[in-house]
Design a protein around this ligand. Structure first.
Ligand code: COI
Length: 357
């Protein structure tokens, strides 16, 4: 039986909160964090909320050498009347366990993890920023802690949750970003770890991103790892293209992350009777649509990125300027509706909101 008790130790030394207008993404952390341990034979145990602090690990811990680790990202929002809420947190916990499965990490009890997040956010409620476009980013993650240099699944782990008050993920805010299509490096391949939220996928993306950053590109758009032809995702968000009235997003194929925002976008588009297709889509097709004047909008969707319009795609030396670098109608409607549901100004008719007690 899993012991679901969470012991709480509150800090005596609260930090100063940053000014809302200065908030960036993921640079400031709140006063408390959640930790739970795992040891083979005993299972997950010792759930606790403690003052935010450094953790001590053996330098031989498997996570440092072989990257056996997974993470999640979700957000807490506060409504005008002070209610703290989470957006589809159950989906994140389900995905965390799917990532665990792929990375040979023991499953966590999803209810226990959801309780831990609720309790932590409730303790840190004052940290949820109220300015438009800001929220409290929640980062649950699991690290392998066994001190062992052999390549094998760890026999011990820690599950942690830390919180960070955030502003927009991209410096462009909600304005269209420039994205470079990457046709040299690949993020992952089918059969790899692409659909797991694991550190290595992100570490391997850095080089490509670094090479385009000084030309003003916020991120790269990954193509499939075999033919470098079909569109996959951006790394911090899934992508959508509106072509001749239909919204198309790459079908989940084992190497694309199954985004919670991606799923919510598809459900909203269906609800609005806007044609939406999940299918293979090549960069060539997007280019052809652009040439024919049929590429109406492009946008990314993710927890951190929310809905991020794409104003320019660079591919094989050509710059595709999309919708005159302006936010398109569908992107705007999706952004307004999703954030409206999250911040409580639009009715939650899908039952996506969990109120933090
Ligand atoms: C998120 O959207 O929450 C993510 O995990 C993307 C991250 C790389 C910032």
């Amino acid at each position: 039986m899993v012991d679901k008790t969470i012991n709480v130790t509150l800090t005596k030394d609260k930090k100063e909160k940053p000014a809302a207008e200065k908030l960036e993404f993921g640079k400031v952390f709140t006063d408390h964090m959640f930790i739970m341990d795992y040891i083979e034979g005993k299972g997950w145990h010792d759930s606790r909320i403690v003052p935010y602090q450094s953790i001590t690990l053996d330098p031989a811990s498997i996570v440092f050498h072989y990257g056996q680790t997974v993470f999640e990202g979700l957000k807490a929002y506060v409504t005008e009347d002070g209610e703290a809420r989470l957006f589809r947190p159950d989906k994140n916990m389900q995905r965390l366990n799917r990532s665990n499965e792929r990375m040979c990490i023991p499953h966590i009890d999803e209810d226990l993890a959801l309780n831990a997040i609720n309790e932590l956010v409730s303790i840190e409620k004052e940290w949820i920023p109220t300015a438009p476009g800001t929220s409290l980013y929640i980062r649950p993650f699991i690290i392998s802690t066994e001190a062992y240099l052999g390549v094998a699944p760890s026999k011990s782990y820690q599950f942690l949750v830390i919180l960070s008050p955030v502003g927009a993920y991209y410096k462009e805010g909600i304005n269209p970003v420039k994205i470079a299509v990457e046709d040299n490096f690949v993020r992952t391949v089918k059969g790899g770890t692409g659909e797991a939220k694991t550190a290595g996928n992100y570490a391997s993306s850095l080089k490509a991103q670094e090479l385009v950053a000084d030309k003003g590109y916020a991120q790269v758009l990954w193509l499939d790892g075999v033919d470098k032809k079909y569109i996959e995702e951006v790394g911090s968000m899934n992508v959508f293209f509106k072509i001749n009235g239909e919204v198309v997003t790459p079908a989940l194929n084992g190497s694309i992350l199954e985004g919670v925002t991606r799923n919510s976008v598809i459900r909203l588009l269906n609800h609005w009777d806007i044609p939406v297709a999940e299918r293979k889509i090549s960069m060539e097709e997007v280019h052809q649509a652009y040439k024919n004047g049929l590429l109406e909008e492009a946008f990314g969707a993710g927890t951190a990125a929310v809905i991020s319009p794409i104003g320019e795609l660079s591919w094989q030396g050509e710059q595709l300027i999309i919708n005159d670098r302006k936010t398109g109608n569908v992107s705007k409607r999706l952004y307004d509706t999703l954030t409206g549901i999250q911040y409580g100004t639009v009715e939650d008719s899908f039952g996506w909101i969990d109120v933090v007690k």
